[in-house]
Design a binder for this molecule. Structure first.
Ligand code: PAF
Length: 280
């Protein structure tokens, strides 16, 4: 496995991989890898001959009061995990390489990026789209894998790739969960043991609400009950609990097409997100 920190080296490494005519998969990450990321790598390996993983904590996607400076960084452990998983190249650029002085571009994907987390984290998806577009241009993969855990991110990237004719296959990999159902996330590390125990109310509320809607229950009342469930089980606020069109993420008042239930809620100082499919 090769580890690159500068662009000419990365380009040469990618060219060498390409010389055998094989397919290249990219798994973009911000490091602090867990089983969720390793599922992306395993999926990427099944779809391509060579896997490139980027590790870059992208400042553009963090708001002023968010956790950029304390976001977990565990590069040595990450690299050992990627080596064991059969990754060909790890790309770990510095912030100054990605955003040199004078960097002035911003990619905004209208519509799908503007509701849900787009309301609560202004500029977040512009930062995601901008860095992912850069990573795509640097690596030029045939296929790229993203977790369904960040479902809105996945929808934004799909839109961007279609709109800009990037010609990259985008794969959404199902969310990996702990045995009790909590979705794996690097931010789970912020939870103390009491908060961790209470956090399972999040997947519980999703499943409960999905079942209620599928059995014909009124969508608005089911969403309200879900918010109450979270507040009664230790979450102190709910940013949103919504049923949305699975592709455009426009809110739905009734289940009349493939949909997604999405939630963001706060426990202690930690904001957790999760989602499930709800198909009529
Ligand atoms: O999902 C993430 O870890 C990040 O948002 C991504 C896609 C690597 C872009 O920084």
């Amino acid at each position: 496995m090769q580890i690159f920190l500068d662009l000419p080296q990365l380009k040469a490494g990618i060219a060498a991989l390409r010389s055998d005519g094989g397919r290249i998969a990219l798994v973009p990450t911000m490091g602090a890898l867990h089983a969720g990321h390793m599922a992306l790598v395993a999926d990427a390996r099944a779809r391509a001959d060579h896997v490139v993983v980027s590790i870059f904590v992208n400042p553009l996607q963090f708001g002023q009061n968010e956790d950029f400076s304390v976001y977990p960084r565990r590069e040595a452990t990450d690299i050992a995990m990627l080596q064991a998983a059969g990754v060909s190249i790890v790309w770990t650029p510095q912030v100054s390489l990605m955003y040199p002085e004078g960097f002035a571009s911003n990619l905004h994907v209208a519509g799908v990026s503007e509701g849900l987390d787009g309301v609560w984290r202004p500029g977040h998806f512009d930062g995601v789209a901008t860095v992912v577009a850069k990573l795509f241009n640097q690596v030029r993969p045939d296929v790229a894998c993203f977790g369904e855990k960040d479902y809105q991110q996945l929808a934004v990237i799909r839109r961007m790739v279609a709109d800009l004719d990037l010609g990259i296959e985008i794969v959404g990999v199902p969310t990996q969960r702990d045995v009790d159902g909590l979705a794996l996330s690097s931010r789970n590390a912020y939870l103390d043991s009491d908060q961790r125990a209470r956090a399972i109310a999040l997947p519980e509320a999703l499943v409960m609400t999905g079942e209620a809607i599928l059995s014909g229950g009124d969508v608005a009342s089911a969403l309200l009950r879900a918010e109450q469930h979270l507040l009664e089980h230790g979450f102190h606020s709910v940013d949103y609990f919504a049923l949305c069109d699975a592709e455009s993420l426009t809110p739905l008042a009734r289940l009349d097409r493939p949909a997604r239930l999405l939630v963001a809620a706060r426990i202690g100082g930690t904001r957790l997100i999760d989602n499930i499919a709800v198909n009529p």
